[in-house]
Design a protein around this ligand. Structure first.
Ligand SMILES: [Zn+2]
Length: 408
């Protein structure tokens, strides 16, 4: 006998209704078939999705924007200044509280896998120590990957020492912010250092790249050169906003290389739609996303991420991945059924590719982790961008028993 059967559901890319049978925490079948089951849920024609994957989110700044000084200029530069003061004030207790809340927010929104950033440009690596503890205690609910993110760059010895210490302590990815370095030499060296260190410590690379609307910002070219030398290292680049401003020939060449070198891309429509174009108030103001349509067309593994949640950089956000996708649909001008299927892939399957998650997806014999929605097509799903009606982990409904309820 099955443990659970969910009837009358459809995927986000196909209208065909099917039943999904669960046995021993795994998907036994997805078809018109039926078997007796201990529990039956009528999906009522709604969409079923695998759990969401958030590929870029900052754990140490989570909701810090609510409690400290406001970013009146709304620029990334002002956000960095405020954050640099605030991070020294956050003690272990407050970090544990805010990061537990972040994790619970993810789970409540159906995010079971997340890549989170910790700023390692701090005198102490307190936030990292707290997060590695939480990662362990929540592992049955959520799979967290940690990026050691150097907000102030990698241009001084102590910053590089912190990066290595963070990676040795448990961070999974080395990072860099080459477009924020002081010179081209530093920019290049930060990328080289990031790859070199990742190789030495057997980690991945996740670089914040060209998060501006400067057509001369081309850190991505240097990342591509590096990746050719370190081809075994898994690489993700976030942002790539400047790519929008390059000539057609240059951008085509970059897109082809991203595909050829299997580089994952993350675009963050929420925060970047309000920060890009702010510095000198250039007109026209950039849209805040990279060349999403073109990446979809070339089958590049691009992910849509929520990024900041009420931080000194971005005053909004609630961890709802469909909200990020809805905003992305507008900024990247995505309207066709085919594009929206890819858009949903960018908050699900593409993240799984980037994180290398085994057993993920609505596929026979994979883990019975899934989200149920009442909307019957992808347009309504995005328009409503509501939380999942039901959240299943290992075939068990967890919506009503989130760990947050025990912790607070
Ligand atoms: Zn970010």
């Amino acid at each position: 006998m099955l443990d659970l059967i969910v009837t009358n559901v459809r995927t986000h890319y196909d209208e065909t209704l099917f039943n999904l049978g669960v046995e021993n925490k795994n998907i036994k079948f997805m078809s018109s078939g039926w078997e007796p089951s201990k529990e039956v849920i009528d999906g009522n024609g709604g969409i079923i999705l695998p759990p969401f994957i958030e590929m870029h989110n900052h754990a140490d700044t989570f909701k810090v924007g609510e409690r400290y000084e406001q970013n009146h200029k709304g620029t990334i530069e002002e956000g960095i200044k405020i954050w640099d003061k605030v991070k020294k004030e956050l003690d272990e207790k407050s970090l544990e509280k805010q990061m537990s809340e972040m994790i619970n927010t993810f789970i409540a929104n159906g995010v079971f896998h997340a890549r989170v950033m910790i700023d390692v440009s701090a005198p102490e690596l307190r936030a990292l120590f707290v997060l590695t503890k939480l990662k362990k205690s929540y592992e049955q609910f959520i799979n967290l990957e940690i990026v050691a993110f150097p907000q102030l760059g990698l241009n001084e010895e102590w910053k590089r020492t912190n990066m290595e210490e963070a990676l040795k302590f448990g961070a999974d990815y080395a990072s860099a912010v080459p477009h924020l370095e002081n010179s081209e030499k530093e920019e290049k060296e930060s990328i080289n250092y990031c790859f070199r260190t990742a190789e030495k410590l057997k980690k991945g690379v996740h670089i914040f790249c060209d998060e501006n609307d400067d057509q001369n910002s081309a850190s991505i070219q240097k990342v591509l050169e590096c990746q050719k030398r370190y081809e075994k290292i898994p690489v993700t680049v976030s942002h790539l906003n400047a790519l929008h401003y390059y000539s057609k020939e240059v951008s085509e060449m970059i897109l082809d290389s991203l595909k050829e070198l299997n580089i994952n891309v993350v675009s963050c429509p929420l925060v970047n739609s309000v920060t890009i174009g702010k510095k000198e108030r250039a007109m026209p103001v950039g849209r805040g996303v990279t060349r999403v349509k073109e990446m979809f067309a070339k089958d590049i593994n691009i992910c849509t991420a929520h990024d900041d949640i009420k931080t000194p950089f971005y005053p909004y956000g609630n961890g709802n991945m469909l909200q990020a996708a809805y905003v992305m649909a507008h900024l990247a001008q995505l309207t066709t059924v085919k594009e929206l299927a890819k858009l949903i892939d960018s908050i699900t399957y593409h993240g799984a590719n980037a994180m290398g998650i085994e057993g993920y997806g609505l596929i026979k014999n994979m883990r019975a982790d899934f989200l149920l929605f009442s909307q019957k097509n992808v347009y309504d799903l995005l328009t409503a961008h509501s939380r999942p009606e039901m959240i299943y982990k290992d075939g068990m409904e967890i919506s009503g028993q989130l760990p947050s309820l025990q912790r607070y």
